[in-house]
Design a protein around this ligand. Structure first.
Ligand code: URA
Length: 272
């Protein structure tokens, strides 16, 4: 039996969890999310993760272990579904219907993209976080609000001329970085989104999308350098890695460099 702890000790423990980056209560004991059964075959008393907050959006179903497919098959399914999508709406529907990404099992929402389809600027981030998972849209938490302010500083907005998405469409558990496999499975959709949007410039927000789409590592050196992002189809698009807005929230002194990158972006868009 655990000894009851004092109010002060409980408060200190909570603060320590917060400082360590814990932002969501899931359960008192570890849970194997892949072991949960699909809704129709759920056991009478399923172990349910206790959420700290009630969901605002309808919960996506929890997918069963039987629905997990081998990685190469998942990539093939994604390629076929992405190729068949002729419009942004069709692509959004294909992503929403796609069940072969293992991240989906632990996420509440599919978070695909937000903004103006066909926009000259496409922003690609890493992965949905807690707020994005709750709302079902990319970059709506604190980092997203900073991203909106960064775009506004160069006269751009997701309401008019910017489309925003990520390299994966489901929140990784505990906000960890998506794995190489998860990124590979979502990649055909990312590439199709780029093809359908045909942007004049792609902004890669953070090290993860820069690594996933350009193969460059080390955002400190990669940021601010324009590169060609080449798709499997052979199409090429100019892409600029920048610091992730979440990093800028933690390291405001780096905003100076981010501002220089935004000016470079604006110049490129103006001259394209
Ligand atoms: N960070 C990301 O990279 N993407 C989001 O959608 C939100 C936060």
């Amino acid at each position: 039996m655990n000894e009851p702890i004092s109010r002060e000790a409980a408060r200190a423990l909570l603060h320590w969890y917060r400082d360590m980056g814990v932002d969501e209560a899931v359960a008192a004991v570890p849970a194997d999310f892949f072991a949960f059964a699909a809704p129709e075959s759920r056991p009478a008393e399923p172990v349910r993760p206790a959420r700290a907050q009630a969901p605002a959006a309808p919960a996506t179903p929890v997918f069963s272990a039987e629905k997990t497919v081998p990685a190469d098959e998942a990539v093939r399914l994604a390629e076929a579904a992405a190729r068949a999508a002729e419009t942004h709406d069709a692509l959004a529907a294909a992503v929403a219907a796609f069940e072969a990404c293992p991240l989906r099992a632990g996420a509440r929402s599919t978070v695909f993209c937000d903004g103006a389809p066909g926009a000259p600027l496409l922003v690609i981030g890493e992965a949905p976080g807690r707020e994005e998972d709750r709302v079902g849209l990319p970059f709506v938490g604190r980092a997203g609000q900073l991203l909106d302010r960064m775009l506004a500083a160069i006269g751009r907005s997701r309401r008019t001329d910017t489309l925003i998405s990520n390299v994966v469409y489901w929140r990784p558990p505990g906000n960890r970085e998506p794995t190489h496999l998860e990124v590979a499975i979502c990649r055909p959709f990312v590439e199709r989104l780029i093809e359908l949007t045909a942007p004049k410039a792609i902004l890669l927000a953070g090290g993860a999308p820069a690594r996933a789409l350009l193969g460059v590592s080390g955002i400190m050196r990669a940021r601010g350098v324009w590169r060609e992002l080449e798709l499997a189809s052979g199409a090429r698009f100019p892409a600029l890695p920048i610091f992730h807005p979440a990093f800028l929230l933690r390291s405001p002194a780096q905003k100076r460099l981010a501002w220089a990158d935004l000016l470079s972006l604006e110049k490129r868009l103006r001259n394209a």
